[in-house]
Design a protein around this ligand. Structure first.
Ligand code: ZN
Length: 570
């Protein structure tokens, strides 16, 4: 099922853009949500080749906006049509509304590129404010360590979700709307704008590029050999030298740091599953607000220049990446840091010391901002595969798991309903020794550890259950949500928790005779049981445990217990 939606055109094309709001950042003022939308409405009215549209609901009831800039007047009625044949840059702002520099920078960026001639085959798509509920929850204190602006929004959305952990589980309506837009745009480049927490250092702009080792290798090569060097060089030229995101908490950067692994729950981790190269700009929280806005603005221009001059190449690369994926028989689904592999980098930091805290009396970290210092640091930027999944020919997703079916459809997965009730020989996974979080994380008690066993069996499926071919475009996404061990699988995010509870049991006094009979009739069972008794002398003192051992190996025990519902046709 394809998601096609009709755009609601917000502004009318007439009048002029006054732009009176866009200088406010110089006085440490970030625009309110209403001012942001008003600014884009004015741009929409002033330029025929720009359009502000509403694209879907968010949790606080207001619709998400998208601002589009093309080379010609935008007259098509669907996003798919508008984006077709274009190289698309997709910019997301205000996922964390307290980190507002991208919200303010994007309006100026939009105005500036509209004043120039837009490249024929480029489409720029900007979400003005993604977390609208958070942006409206405005105050001056929720960013305790941040140097301005005077007022800003709050990180949690209308239902207190961190939207930058929601891209797979999609609990928020914001996420549902984002995925709909993303699938329609099929962007080549994605940028999510943020402000950092953590260590102190000289750089204003830090950058997370989507982690290269989990990205399609064709895209990873262009990212590391061409695009990243371009971005770092051009930002340096513009007076905003960058460092890779300083992924350091509770220590200091001179000890070295690792590349941030943004798994699919994060924006750029999600976009990587669809061969969209994602970036997260993280301006430094202690730098003046003016500098944070201007460095973000510079980054958007640098990226736009790269895309404008490499649009054909980016389009070809993405097509090649999808072709490459079609030929793969396996995909990595989780990763670990390779601590033996690093680059040596010069890092522009500050001297620091550990004086006594006047608050606690213990030692504390203090950076000396008057003493800039260059450090040689180790930057660990390589991740190796922890789990690799071999693809079946098909996955079978029973229709009963509606929440999963919905999310697969939302993400453009092609699913063929089975025509009639049938029995198929499949491989099923059994999830043994499940370990859940004991405190909720983003509304979920994640399945953090498990033992997965594959079993061949005949299973009944009903008309309307879904066959999912692995020979399709979005295979990286499919394997990343349907393989149990994948770091952000639907199983881990509690979409299949029902399987962990046994539904039927036995009464020992009744089952005693049955167990005796089963042992008599089944030589294998007898041998296994004798072995178990020898190995577990303590457990055999309890007759329930012995009966349970036999019950679980008999036809009476339900096959559904601990069975992951998604089947594999190999
Ligand atoms: Zn953030």
């Amino acid at each position: 099922m394809r998601f096609v939606f009709i755009l609601i055109i917000v502004g009318m094309t007439s009048g002029r853009y006054s732009g009176q709001h866009t200088e406010l950042y110089l006085d440490e003022i970030s625009l309110t949500y209403a001012e942001v939308i008003h600014s884009y409405q004015q741009l929409d009215e002033a330029y025929e080749n720009a359009s502000l549209v509403e694209v879907g609901p968010t949790d606080n009831g207001k619709n998400l906006h998208l601002f589009l800039i093309g080379s010609k007047p935008i007259s098509e009625t669907t996003l798919q049509e508008i984006a077709k044949g274009k190289t698309v840059i997709f910019i997301n702002n205000g996922i964390h509304p307290g980190e507002s520099c991208g919200i303010d920078a994007s309006i100026i960026f939009a105005k500036e590129i509209l004043q120039e001639k837009i490249s024929e085959d480029v489409l720029v798509a900007i979400i003005p404010v993604y977390n609208i509920g958070g942006a409206l929850n405005r105050g001056s204190f929720s960013r305790a360590n941040q140097n301005g602006p005077k007022e800003h929004g709050f990180r949690g959305n209308a239902r207190n979700l961190d939207l930058n952990r929601d891209f797979i589980k999609a609990d928020a309506l914001n996420t549902i709307s984002f995925s709909t837009v993303f699938q329609a745009l099929q962007p080549h480049i994605f940028i999510d704008t943020h402000t950092s927490n953590g260590a102190d250092y000289q750089y204003t702009m830090t950058l997370i590029s989507t982690q290269k080792d989990k990205l399609n290798p064709i895209l990873a090569e262009t990212l590391t050999k061409d695009l990243e060097p371009f971005l770092y060089k051009q930002m340096n030229k513009k007076g905003w030298p960058m460092t890779p995101y300083v992924n350091v908490f509770g220590s200091t950067p001179d000890k070295g740091f690792a590349a941030f692994l943004e798994t699919p729950r994060y924006a750029s981790g999600y976009t990587a599953l669809f061969n969209t190269i994602g970036f997260i700009t993280e301006t430094h929280m202690l730098k003046p607000y003016k500098d944070r806005v201007e460095s973000t603005l510079a980054f958007l221009h640098v990226m736009h220049n790269y895309v404008a001059t490499n649009s054909t190449k980016l389009m070809e690369l993405r097509n090649r990446a999808f072709d490459y994926d079609q030929k793969q028989k396996q995909f990595a689904i989780s990763w670990v840091l390779d601590s033996s592999n690093y680059q040596q980098r010069v890092f522009e930091g500050y001297e620091y010391e550990y004086p006594k805290s006047k608050v606690s009396g213990a030692t504390r970290l203090k950076y000396n901002r008057d003493e800039p210092k260059s450090f040689d640091v180790k930057y660990y930027d390589t991740y190796t595969e922890k789990y690799i999944a071999t693809l079946p020919q098909y996955y079978v997703v029973p229709r009963a798991w509606r929440e999963v079916v919905y999310r697969l459809q939302l993400n453009g997965v092609v699913m063929d309903p089975i025509q009639g009730d049938t029995s198929i020989t499949v491989n099923s996974y059994y999830i043994k020794e499940p370990q859940f979080l004991n405190f909720p994380y983003e509304g979920h008690f994640l399945l953090r550890d498990m033992n997965v066993q594959k079993v061949q069996q005949n299973r009944n499926f009903v008309a309307g259950d879904y066959l999912i071919s692995t020979k399709q475009r979005n295979i990286r996404f499919i394997v990343s949500v349907l393989e149990p061990n994948a770091v952000d699988s639907y199983l881990r995010w509690n979409f299949y928790d029902e399987i962990f509870q046994q539904k039927e049991h036995f009464s020992p006094y009744v089952f005693e005779e049955t167990a005796e009979q089963l042992l008599k009739e089944n030589e294998n069972l007898r041998a296994t049981f004798e072995k178990w008794k020898k190995e577990n002398p303590d457990l055999t003192k309890d007759s329930y445990q012995a009966l349970k051992f036999i019950y679980e190996r008999s036809a009476y025990y339900e096959k559904e217990h601990l069975r992951y519902p998604v089947a594999r046709i190999e």
